[in-house]
Write a protein that binds this ligand. Sequence first.
Ligand code: SAM
Length: 202
Amino acid sequence: MIRYVVARTEEHWAAYNDDQHDRQPRPLCEELVALAGHGEGRPALDIGCGAGVETSTLLRAGWRVHAIDSAPGTPERVWRTVGDRDGLTIEVNDLSTLGELPAVDLVYAGYSLPYLAPRDFPRIWAMIRKSLRPGAWLAVNLFGERDSWASNPSETFLTEAAARSLFDGLHIVRFVEEDAPGESYSGLKHWHVFDVIARLQP
Ligand SMILES: C[S@@+](CC[C@H](N)C(=O)[O-])C[C@H]1O[C@@H](n2cnc3c(N)ncnc32)[C@H](O)[C@@H]1O
C-alpha cells in the first residue's frame, strides 16, 4: 500500500477549495437535510466549509448558517458559491484556536475534522458536542486507521470503535464505512472513511 505524509497547509486548502465550486453537494449533506427537514431559520454550523457548496445546500433548505474555515479567501469563495443570500455568516478561523461554538440545531462537518491534529481533536469534538441543542443533528466524515494517509501524525485517524464512541449519548442514524481505493485531489489513494449522521435526543 502507498503511504503518504502530506503537509496540508492553508494554501493547499485554498487551492483545493478553488476547484470545488462546480461540484454537486456531498450526498451526506443532502441526506442530512432530508432527515432534518426545513431549517425554518434555525441556526446551523458548516465546519470546514471549504468553497461553501454544502453551506449553500443548508441555506437553500432554510437553515441560518455560520460557516467556518481557516483557508484564506474563504468569504470570497463561499459568496461566489452561495450568491447573495440572507442567513449566512462566515468566520475565517482555525478550529484549534476557538474557545466555543454557538449553540445550533445542526452541525455539518464534511471531510474537515480528520485534518485536525490528534492533540486538538478531543477538545474540538467536545466543543462540537457542546454546541448541539436538544434534537440537533450532526453529520461528519471521519477517517479510519486503514486510510492511505493514516501515517500522517498531524491528522486524526480512528478505529471503528473509537469513531463510534464519539457518538455516545447520541442516536446514530447512519454509520457507513468506506474502505476502498478511490480518487482524491492528490491522486489515487485508499479511503477509509466513516460517514456518520447522529442526533441528540429532543
Ligand atoms: C477536504 S476540505 C473539505 C471542504 C468542504 N467541507 C468539502 O466537503 O469540500 C477540508 C477543509 O477543512 C478546512 N480545515 C482544515 N483544518 C482546519 C482547521 N484547523 N480549522 C478550520 N478549518 C480547517 C480546510 O481549510 C478545508 O477547507
